[in-house]
Design a protein around this ligand. Structure first.
Ligand code: GCB
Length: 616
């Protein structure tokens, strides 16, 4: 088994595994957000010039051909592309610099924590390189306890968003390549011996067993740890083993399980002899049996929607709680109970708010077409990224799926790569459902059904299909005649479908290039008709909630550099297809409510008896 290390390399030695503080927002922290000095380094000269030293002339002979003072100022967090017209298409290096004083720490340890820097970064503190990271959508940290001064520290971040063949994503992808320090930068203080990680959740199947695992920074046995959930009267005492890990299975009787309809979260306090951490955690059961996905012992239909981490009105990356509120509220209005966070892990505000608002989540890393599956370095990189995602969000009960790829072609190296991705998830969390999205479903003209031939689906709990009937694929027969025979025996999820329309544009519902709301609306109607003939269909996720920026698209009708498949325009106006989808989701929801009302007790999984047959 190959183990995956995290993507941060902490300098001062060889690359080494690095941890992530769990629930960083529950710690004592100071934000290093705000205005940073910036240098655009088109020819990548900054390292040669030692920009990171932030030197200033000390005598009348010295001069340096750079300065962080008096030049460009960029906001953090935010992408750089949207901050100046000249940077709109920029792909290259930008140096960020700022000074800071250290908060009074009373002997505590200090970490620098980056929510995300897109795509590569090198971190320098007071002239010394202290870390580097690759991957634009996952957090990383570096301890600076011994490197930091009380006053006037200077922090420099070299950011580079150049696309390369070995990167993830690689050379081309259908979204904007936003570069920059795109999420919060934090100075986090923790005690000398601190709670490094926790993983607390309800058993996959049993509703009265909470599984708790707490890892301390010190690999020392016999340290007392407590997990308390006051509302449930739980105070579980545990002690660490030689690795500093304390584990317990906690029995509980009166738990209210989290669900999209009732997203109940409990206050949880984790205490060690020297540290204390508060969390909010929801508890739910989630498993697959046959072709069904069970949430809290009820089969569920996933009413999903995707969005990019982008606010189209602002033409920039989403990064704040207000941004998360905008995106998720729009999804709520549509009647969704799930979000496919496409195509990469999104910020912690979005993930946490989604949980509070009652959305299940599918999270994935940007293994999006064009990945060099033969490159072992790329594979290791992807493994590190996926691990960073799982470590960060494993305590969110809303996370139902780890997505390991989007639209990959069948090949032996691809198979090995995806197996590795799955293993990297399982190394940390063996409870989530593993899925991947494919665009390999084809109409078989002889058998006259839709089929897919890819053995990799055997490693998945749910098979997800992107299928653009009526857009990239013409209908080979009427939608109500379209029989699907794809991944029988497993739940099947339509992870993408849709077509482009300009808001307010009316035109022929038969003509694709009318770019009209009418064409898009008809396409939605046809697809919803087809979905009735997919026997193992357990959810849908139209592509996509909002129009988004993409250098993939050139047609003037699209307004230039926009993907117009949104159900909502870049200005927030709902297109006709939005209403069709909203009605479909309402109907699915009503049907689900009726089933629950007249429904069955839990299925006979793991020896549990089912008392009545499920009414369809
Ligand atoms: C896809 C991709 C998605 C694209 C979409 C499109 O299959 O997964 O990232 O944006 O198609 O609009 O073509």
């Amino acid at each position: 088994m190959i183990t995956c290390l995290l993507a941060v390399s902490v300098l001062g030695g060889k690359s080494q595994a690095q941890d992530l503080l769990s629930n960083v927002y529950g710690r004592d922290y100071q934000l290093l957000n705000g205005k940073w000095g910036a240098i655009v380094d088109l020819y990548d000269q900054g390292e040669r010039m030692q920009v990171y030293k932030n030197r200033k002339p000390q005598d009348n002979k010295q001069f340096y051909e750079y300065s962080f003072d008096g030049g460009l100022v960029l906001n953090v967090p935010a992408d750089f592309n949207s901050q100046m017209p000249e940077l709109k298409f920029y792909e290259g290096t930008v140096w960020y610099g700022r000074s800071f004083d250290t908060p009074k720490t009373d002997g505590k340890r200090l970490f620098l924590y980056f929510g995300a820097v897109s795509y590569r970064s090198k971190i320098y503190l007071n002239g010394e390189k202290i870390a580097s990271h690759e991957g634009g959508f996952t957090p990383f940290q570096v301890e600076i306890t011994d490197k930091v001064k009380q006053k006037d520290n200077f922090l420099v971040v070299k950011v580079n968003n150049t696309r390369t063949t070995d990167a993830i994503p690689a050379m081309s992808f259908d979204w904007w390549n936003y570069g920059g320090i795109t999420r919060d930068v934090m100075l986090v203080s923790v005690p000398q011996s601190y709670i490094k990680d926790h993983f607390i959740q309800l058993d996959k199947v049993q509703s009265n067993l909470i599984r708790a695992k707490v890892t301390l920074s010190e690999a020392k046995p016999g340290i007392n740890v407590q997990v308390a959930i006051p509302e449930l009267g739980i105070r579980q005492n545990m002690t660490t083993d030689a690795n500093g890990i304390a584990q317990a299975t906690i029995k509980t009787k009166k738990l209210q399980r989290w669900s999209p309809d009732a997203p109940k979260l409990y206050d949880v306090t984790i205490t060690s002899e020297s540290d204390r951490l508060n969390e909010q955690i929801g508890f739910r059961n989630l498993y697959v049996k046959g072709e069904d996905i069970y949430l809290n012992d009820q089969p569920i239909f996933l009413r999903s929607i995707s969005f990019h981490e982008e606010i189209p009105q602002r033409r920039g990356r989403a990064f704040s709680e207000a941004d998360a509120t905008m995106l998720l509220s729009e999804a709520k209005e549509l009647g969704a109970n799930m979000i496919r966070l496409a195509h990469y892990p999104q910020n912690e505000y979005t993930v946490r708010l989604a949980e509070r608002m009652g959305f299940l989540l599918w999270e994935e890393i940007p293994i999006w077409q064009g990945i060099d599956f033969k490159n072992t370095a790329t594979r290791e990189k992807a493994g590190r990224m996926i691990k960073e995602m799982v470590i960060s969000d494993k305590n969110r009960c809303s996370v139902a799926f780890w997505g390991i790829a989007n639209e990959t072609a069948t090949s032996a190296p691809r198979n090995e790569f995806l197996k590795h991705m799955k293993q990297c998830c399982l190394d940390i969390d063996s409870t989530r459902l593993i899925t991947a999205a494919f665009d390999l479903v084809r109409f078989n003209r002889e058998s006259r059904d839709f089929e897919m031939n890819d053995s990799i689906i055997n490693i998945l709990d749910m098979v997800a299909i992107n299928k653009y009937m009526g857009w990239y694929h013409d209908w080979p027969l009427a939608p109500d005649q379209a029989v699907w025979n794809v991944a029988p025996g497993k739940p099947l999820f339509i992870s993408e479908f849709g077509g482009e329309a300009l808001y307010g544009k009316h035109g022929d519902a038969e003509v694709k290039s009318s770019w009209s709301e009418d064409y898009q609306a008809q396409l939605y109607k046809d697809n919803l008709e087809m979905f009735k003939h997919i026997p193992n269909l357990r959810g849908t996720s139209p592509w996509i909630l909002l129009d988004f920026r993409s250098p993939f698209r050139f047609h003037p009708h699209q307004g230039g550099e926009w993907n117009r498949k949104g159900l909502v325009s870049d200005q927030g106006q709902r297109k006709k297809a939005w209403y069709i989808m909203r009605d479909y989701y309402n109907q699915q929801n009503n049907e689900a409510q009726n089933k629950t009302l007249h429904g069955c007790p839990p299925p006979d999984l793991y020896g549990l008896e089912r008392a009545c047959p499920r009414k369809e």
